[in-house]
Design a protein around this ligand. Structure first.
Ligand SMILES: [Zn+2]
Length: 164
């Protein structure tokens, strides 16, 4: 948020029910801020809006009903094709940086895996298919986190040794 504050709702505490899991969420959100995802995402959305407005000008000669059909198809196509994969990449990046931050802060990274397993259980049957979501599917996320943990533990150990 503007001013460098990170806010989350207490509702998440039902899922993140340990300090280490809260640290996993904090790490993820701090990572978004550090990587400046907010700014990048804003410009991607502005770009999409700009292309959309251009499209509307071009469509002016078409009958109204056809215009709407085309714009509707366009909206879906640009969201799925441009905005979503972009933010999915951001999500994965924030997961990886966040994991590093929580390990640096002394929390066990396995808590991030537990967090997403609990999230997956809580959203069973409710999550949209990965293609239509701004977030990687929980299963993909858990898989990635598990894959990154050994590497990140090693990296953080190196940093700690170097700073002794
Ligand atoms: Zn995120």
């Amino acid at each position: 948020m503007p001013g460098g504050k990170i806010v989350f709702y207490t509702g998440i505490l039902d899922i993140a029910n340990t300090e280490a899991m809260v640290a996993a969420i904090m790490g993820h959100e701090v990572a978004h801020a550090l990587a400046n995802h907010g700014g990048q995402r804003m410009s991607a959305q502005l770009l999409q809006k700009g292309i959309g407005m251009l499209g509307q000008q071009v469509l002016k000669k078409e009958p109204q009903s056809k215009q709407q059909q085309i714009l509707k198809a366009y909206g879906v196509a640009t969201t799925v094709g441009a905005i979503l994969p972009f933010s999915r990449a951001h999500e994965s990046e924030a997961d990886k940086i966040g994991l590093t931050l929580m390990v640096l802060a002394g929390y066990p990274p396995e808590a991030a895996v537990r967090l997403w397993e609990r999230m997956k259980a809580a959203s069973a049957g409710k999550a949209p298919p990965e293609l239509l979501s701004t977030h990687p599917s929980n299963a993909t996320r858990i898989q990635n986190l598990k894959r990154w943990i050994p590497q990140i533990k090693l990296e953080v150990e190196k940093i700690k040794v170097a700073s002794r």
